[in-house]
Design a protein around this ligand. Structure first.
Ligand code: ATP
Length: 305
């Protein structure tokens, strides 16, 4: 038995770091959004081994791969004897703030539960996801969502629909651990209530904020602007090219612009191509679209390669 499942990327509309926790993590408040940029997981049930294969040079194949850890965790939790061969086709840039590894792990849990024939309640999914990584539970919800705690406590928010998104990435990785260390050195950051006001209103009114107001702060922006002037220029350039909102995803280095004109979005994509950056024109994926696409893939047996 074999399935081929899309594994979606995310961006952050907001990312506040509220402080360090006794368990070594940071307390965050994030607004996350699934977008139409995917890896593909080709998952096959086998006799006993768990094998994870990925041709991307920066993605480990063994124990260090989050998908490998997801498979072992589920197998242990459910007492499964069968194995799996999982091939990851990488299209989401790695260590880019787009949540690729976390998304792969969430989708692997769903695909393996299906292939191994084990029931996985939503509560159990979220618990296993949280044990794998702070961003994994979000990919078991999808759409526009609030992440609190380590980011692993997720709640649905009114859906943002942005059909003209331009992503751009200068091609170097930024370590999330490095970014948190820089924040810790600087002490408490930001004015939390100002950053969140626009989203509080969204929850109260049941409507997403206007596109021009959806990006309301990323705790890492100042740090990465200072350390990587090229990225600072990229953020400013995206705005000059006509984006109505511009943001940094996670701790970067991927930046995104929200456009209200297709021609401006096309021009922006071309401008970043000229700079030699990786770039993509994409759109948001709502929770409903997310689950429709995942469910369709999970219920269709893939043909042999
Ligand atoms: P994070 O904020 O967790 O660093 P990110 O979205 O910035 O996430 P990822 O693409 O998830 O970055 O990769 C982070 C690191 O995780 C990489 O250095 C990579 O080697 C490792 N990794 C482990 N498993 C995977 C996977 N399945 N896909 C991508 N990277 C993975």
């Amino acid at each position: 038995m074999r399935v081929r499942v899309p594994s979606f990327a995310k961006i952050n509309w907001m990312l506040e770091v509220l402080g360090a926790r006794p368990d070594g993590y940071h307390e965050v408040r994030a607004v996350l959004q699934t977008i139409d940029l995917t890896d593909v997981l080709d998952v096959e049930r086998t006799e006993e081994e768990i094998e994870v294969l990925c041709a991307h040079p920066d993605v480990p194949e063994g124990e260090a791969n989050l998908v490998f850890r997801a498979a072992h965790l589920l197998r242990r939790a459910k007492g499964v004897k069968a194995g799996a061969r999982i091939r990851i086709e990488k299209r989401i840039p790695v260590a880019a703030g787009l949540g690729g590894g976390s998304s792969n792990a969430a989708v692997a849990l769903l695909a393996l539960a299906r292939l191994w024939g084990v029931a996985l309640e939503v509560g159990e999914q979220l618990e296993l996801g949280g044990a794998l990584g702070s961003d994994v539970p979000f990919f078991l919800l999808g759409g526009t969502a609030l992440g609190i705690g380590r980011g692993d406590e997720v709640y649905p928010l009114p859906e943002v629909r942005a059909s003209l998104l331009v992503l751009a990435n200068p091609g170097f990785p930024i370590s999330t651990a490095w970014a948190y260390r820089q924040l810790t050195k600087r002490g408490p950051v930001g004015n939390i209530s100002v950053c969140s006001r626009v989203w509080h209103r969204a929850v109260r009114e049941g409507e997403p904020p206007p596109l021009s107001e959806i990006v309301v702060g990323n705790a890492f922006e100042e740090i990465v602007r200072e350390r990587y002037p090229e990225l600072a220029r990229g953020l400013d350039r995206m705005r000059e090219l006509g984006a109505v909102a511009v943001g940094l995803s996670g701790s970067g280095p991927t930046i995104f612009g929200v456009f209200d004109s297709e021609s401006a979005a096309i021009r922006a994509e071309a401008a970043f191509a000229t700079l030699g950056w990786w770039r993509a024109r994409t759109r948001t994926v709502s929770r409903r679209q997310y689950w429709e696409r995942l469910s369709a893939a999970l219920s269709t047996e893939a043909s042999r390669p």
